[in-house]
Structures are given as C-alpha cells and as structure tokens.
Design a binder for this molecule. Sequence first.
Ligand SMILES: Cc1ncc(COP(=O)(O)O)c(C=O)c1O
Length: 431
Amino acid sequence: MVSSKIGPWELSVFGQRLSQGSGIGELMDDLGHALAAGGDKVLMLGGGQPAHIPEVDALWRARLTEIMAAPGELEHVLGNYEPPAGNTALRQSIAHLFRRTFGWPLSEENVGITSGGQAAFFLLFNALAGRFPDGQQKKILLPLVPEYIGYADQSVGGPLFRSVRPTIERLGDHQFKYCVDFENIVVNDDVAAICVSRPTNPSGNVLTDEEIARLSEIAKEHNVPLIIDNAYGAPFPDVIFGNATPVWDEHIILTLSLSKLGLPGTRTGIVIAQKEVIDSLASMTSIAGLANGNVGQAIVQPLIESGEILRLSAEVIKPFYQRRSRQALAWVDEHFDDALAYRVHKSEGALFLWIWFEGLPITSRQLYERLKERGVLVVPGNYFFFGLDDDQWKHRHECLRVNFTMPEAIVKEGIRIIGEEVARAYAAADS
Ligand SMILES: Cc1ncc(COP(=O)(O)O)c(C=O)c1O
C-alpha cells in the first residue's frame, strides 16, 4: 500500500511515487529474504546479477593494483571530484573508440558519464517526458514489451509509458521471437521519445537492423529522440550472439554501462548523444549528486584508450555468456517434457532465458510462488509488461525470466524443477 506520509510527515507527489516502494522493489526484497533464509539451498535464478568471470575479475584486481602503484593516482581517484559529465580523458577515449570502431563523428562533448545506466534513464525519462508547463502529459513510447522492469517506476510525475504489444513469430515447436508491430506504432503529439533495450532484458531479443532503422526513421520524422539502451550490447560488454549493427545519429541517445562488463558495484553508465543532451545530463547530475563515482571510470580508462575492452568483450565476455545460454537451452530441452506447451524466446543476447508457457492454467506470479516453495527463485513475467492499456492479454501472465549466470549446477537443477512444476500445473488443470 502506498502511503501519503513518511512517519508523521506528508509526502509530495515525488515522495509518494518514489519513496514508498514499488512492485518490483517488493519482489526483489522477497527474493533477497528468501535467499537469506534458504542460504545455500536456494537456487537463485531471479536477479540481474552478471557472472563472476575469473579472467575478468583478475583484470579488475590488476587494474586496482596499478592504480595503487602509480604515484598520485589513487589519491586522484579517491580524493577528487570529477566534472559532472565525467572524467574528460575518459570521455575523449570513449569518443575516440567509437569514432575509430564505427566511424561516428563524436568528440568528448557527445559523451557523458552517469551513476549507472539506471540513473541515466531516470534523468533522461523525467527530463523528456512527464508533466509539461502547459499541462500536457508526455510519454515514452516503448515499441515492444516485455521491456526492462527498471524503467517502470521511474516517473516523478504521472504515467510515463505507452507500450505496444509485439507480434510473435513461432519458431519450430519450442521457440519464439518478438517482432516490433509497426502497424500499431502511433506517434502522437504526446510521445516525447521512443526507447528500446537492445539486447532486451528480459527476453534476450535483439531488434534487427531493419527494425532499428525503421524506429530511427519514425523518431526522426516526429522530431523525438530514439533512446537505445545498450547495457548488454556492442562493442562492450557485447553480450550479443548474432549480428546486430550498432547505430548512432544526432537524434539517437545511446546508453551503455560498465555493469554487465563485471563492474556493477562501481555504478558507471555512459551516454552518447548530441552535446545539448550531455550538457543537460551534467546539469542534472550536479544538482542531484554533484558528480559520479570515479572508481569505474579509472579502472576502464586505459582499457578503452587501448581498445583492450573490445578484445575482452569479444573474446571473453561474449563467449562466456553464449556458452551459458546454450547450456541453459540444452537443459530446458533435457528436462522439459516435449509435450509441454512451452516456448523459449530465441536467445540472442543478455543474461536470461525468457520462457513462455502458452495456456498456463495458473498465473506466472502463482508459478513464481510455487517455485519459491521449492527453493527456485525466478522473476514472474508480468512485471515486464508495463505501459499497456490492454489488461486482457493472457501472454503477460504466462512467462518467466530465468537468469543463467549462476554456477552451472544451480541453473541446471533450477531448470529441472521449473519443468516439473509447470508439468504439474498443466496436469492438475487437465484432471
Ligand atoms: C536493460 C537494462 N538497462 C539498464 C540497466 C541498468 O544497469 P546499471 O544501472 O547497473 O548500469 C540494466 C540492469 O540490469 C538493464 O538490464
């Protein structure tokens, strides 16, 4: 229940929206408590935690050792405020990396650092959409849901999202893929921006080059930005298993993050956009938090400067997650009864399998509860379908997100139990 008070004090609209918890906040708390109570016995397939890849962790350790050994560097990293848009040398290195890799006409003025991708979205969404001085309520158009749950509760004003159902392409007996339903994309005056994650959390979908080109054209035509959330994308961390060309243009706001590279604790996000967007992000950062953390910026600076980050992503991080994805899919094949009505979204990137149980006789939330009873923690799919007017779409209660970054034995056993519980649910409905 959202309260209008904090202790004895009344809350503002901002306070009521942000300080009183959220659906996903409760769920994450629930996952955390279940994990604490269950200890080692809980199979945690629920969070968005990246894996600890030994070679990658070793690199962070080596970089911190270098920083400590270099005269004055540790003191600079720990003891100085950087400008609110981020460390200038790092911004130059990022601009240079993208210029030489993709030919984009960038300088450091097109690059801004934020306290994680999440903070970048909070600032961008609320700056571009929400309540306007003339009373209008503008929205962020999500052309394809399910979409990243982390966006859902970020509004400081009224409702922030308008989402569009995708079309579903059924592939063989047990696979599917979402596609943007361009027939149903309408950009009215109340659309302030279009936003997609690519690869998408939760489904592992990667919008095709053609879909991105069409969205980019639509955005340009309507004079709104296209925000592309590249938290898992190329060129780093490159958790993307097929071919997808990264794009940027003056009307595109591209966000990246160091989190899925293995540095979520440093809270470092990167935004690539036209200069005015970077200036306004810097202004908001200085007002809300003065500056960003320095540690992640300092760790990756020489890796970005030298291009080593591209090798690390392409040769270590991508193959690691691709292997994990293939293994998880093989375990689904092995443990799910072939006669079950299940389909797994084509795993094209990110850290999750997204499983659809068509005609599931219970809701995904009920399935989540049953799995939790059995010590398996997943995220029920309904949380990822926000911003839709249509509450009747059964599909939104038929999906689960399963993280495959945990140790192999945990993922395998978790998948086996999911198969068993789902078979039980279908069988009970039949009898
Ligand atoms: C699609 C997507 N975007 C953005 C984020 C935010 O990540 P961070 O704030 O750690 O950079 C996440 C985190 O899981 C994500 O999955």
